[in-house]
Design a protein around this ligand. Structure first.
Ligand code: NAD
Length: 516
């Protein structure tokens, strides 16, 4: 195989050199207006080869960032919401112009294939469009008062400095879901990105600064604080931070949720998932193969909504698993810079080790690996972790199937009747995304009914991953209960006041109370 778009791809004899990768990162950073790689304290790595691309300079410390955001809030909350929306409109324009540059950094830092990286930036553009419209629709109700000559109404006011903690796997889109809403709602943003993706964050911030330039705005409406979990924990504990929106693993969310609750702050938690698809007797086989393969193997199994459990009706199990095994075996695994690749690398070698440990445990619990799980390209990229997505047939929903292993493992289970399928589906501690493949209307509706899926997302005839920004995104149980992005998720970023106005000459009390 030869060069495709200037890069060696899967099956070729070599991967890009460290210099080529660094130059590519520097070119994308420069295009976004961000500083080039230097010898700073924060290393930027690429999972494509496992190499360190370079260092990143230190950013503002957490406490100073909160002080600045608090000052920015005092001014920003009084700026009319449609003017705040104009800033987000300009951010969307910057993202449109630099979509390919930012997507390249996402590919370099977290290993997404080009089309998924472009899709991630498109999601940022979409939420900016949504938030611009929202900036003219932050509406409260007028409510019928029980008293004559009184008006009862609600207003939504800005909440305060908003901390956005993001995970590595959506290094920029999750910031935008939060930031676009927080900004139009009147809240300055402090961003603690994943330590695995500092470059994407700094490039996004540079685009934000260009969007803000030329507008008469308070300073520090978006600040990036680089660092690890300890830096995040320090920000979380700061009482001046009104809202903490944290996206990442459930263990992280347990700590963040408790710390914010202890100081009566507000949090939006977007944590781990263990998402399933039920394959009913009537399921369309073509939709199943395509939908399941993308949902389970896309982003190398590193989406919070990745399909991890397949609950197949016994009558369809042999056929469905045979077709899926063939599809999984043919997936091109390799450098995400190559056009043909559909499965890029795991984020770290540690993720590979975790995946292997989960596979061994699954086998020890009676599982049988039908396809995948084997390492690829170790000779070409020994410090990277390429792996073929695995399907493991399980005798039941054993302990390992209850865990979220953040790697491409699809556990296959069988069921005999619909209630059993739903019970298996809801048995795990997580509650993010779910789906059913069926052409039976009753089954589809029952799956989405109160007695059906217990997840925040319940889909029919598509997999659990790949949400649109227009809906509220998030999940229940150990997924954390938060909602971000579309619908009325904006209310999580504002405080509600209820106002009663007496325009009469009397002073009637509520509930008919007489007082002197
Ligand atoms: P992670 O929990 O290791 O890290 C996420 C972020 O939390 C990072 O920025 C990290 O520095 C920070 N952090 C860690 N400990 C902290 C602490 N004590 N206080 C404050 N911040 C802390 O997660 P990850 O490996 O980057 O991402 C994968 C996980 O994220 C998976 O579990 C995945 O399901 C989940 N995820 C969930 C969603 C969702 O919307 N539900 C979206 C993306 C990822």
């Amino acid at each position: 195989m030869g060069r495709e778009g200037g890069w060696w791809h899967d099956g070729g004899v070599s991967f890009p050199t460290a210099t080529e990768l660094r130059n590519s990162a520097d070119a994308a950073l420069a295009a976004c207006g961000a500083a080039p790689l230097a010898d700073g304290p924060h290393p930027a790595r690429t999972p494509i080869t496992g190499a360190v691309l370079g260092g990143v300079a230190a950013t503002v410390d957490g406490s100073t960032a909160v002080t600045r955001a608090t000052a920015a809030f005092a001014a920003w909350r009084t700026v009319p919401a449609p003017v705040r929306g104009e800033l987000v409109r300009r951010l969307g324009a910057q993202l449109r112009t630099h979509k390919a540059d930012l997507a390249r950094l996402v590919t370099l830092e977290v290993g997404k294939i080009e089309s998924e990286a472009l899709g991630e930036v498109q999601e940022m553009i979409d939420i900016c469009d949504f938030a611009v419209g929202l900036s003219r629709q932050l509406q409260g109700f007028t409510i019928a008062s029980e008293r004559p000559g009184h008006r009862l109404m609600e207003q939504w006011h800005p909440l305060g400095p908003t901390l956005v903690i993001t995970a590595f796997n959506f290094p920029v889109a999750v910031w935008s879901w939060n930031a676009a809403l927080a900004l139009v709602c009147g809240n300055p943003v402090i961003w603690k990105p994943s330590e695995l993706a500092p470059l994407s964050a700094l490039a996004t911030h540079a685009l934000f600064e260009q969007a803000a330039a030329g507008m008469d705005l308070p300073a520090d409406l978006n600040q990036v604080v680089l660092g690890d979990g300890a830096v995040g924990a320090q920000l979380v504990a700061d009482e001046r931070v009104s809202l903490v929106s944290a996206t990442g693993s459930t263990p992280m969310g347990r700590k963040v949720g408790a710390a914010v609750a202890a100081r009566f702050g507000r949090s939006i938690l977007e944590l781990g998932g263990n998402n399933a698809a039920i394959i009913a007797p009537s399921a369309d086989p073509e939709l199943v193969v395509r939908g399941v393969t993308f949902a389970a193997a896309g982003t190398a199994g590193q989406r919070c909504t990745t399909l991890r459990r397949l609950i197949v009706h016994r009558s369809r199990a042999d056929e469905v698993l045979a077709r899926l095994s063939t599809a999984f075996a043919s997936l091109p695994v390799g450098s995400p810079l190559a056009k043909e690749t559909l499965v890029g690398p795991l984020i770290t070698r540690k993720s590979y080790d975790t995946m292997q440990a989960a596979l061994s445990t699954a086998v020890s619990q009676g599982g049988s690996v039908l396809v995948g799980g084997d390492r690829h390209l170790a000779d070409i990229a020994p410090d990277a972790a390429y792996v073929r997505p695995a399907i493991v047939a399980m005798p039941g929903q054993t302990a390992i199937v209850h865990d979220e292993t953040f790697a491409p493992i699809l556990y296959a289970l069988t069921y005999d009747d619909f209630d059993e399928a739903v019970a298996l589906h809801n048995e795990v501690p997580q509650g993010l995304a779910s789906s059913i493949f069926t052409t039976d209307l009753r089954e589809a509706e029952r799956f989405m009914s109160p007695a059906g899926s217990d997840c925040g997302i319940a889909n029919v005839n598509i997999g659990p991953s790949g949400a649109e920004i227009g809906g509220a995104f998030g999940g229940e149980k150990t997924t954390g209960g938060g909602r971000e992005s579309g619908s009325d998720a904006w209310k999580g970023y504002m405080r509600r006041t209820t106002n009663t106005v007496n325009y009469s000459n009397a002073l009637p009390l509520a509930q008919g109370v007489e007082y002197g």
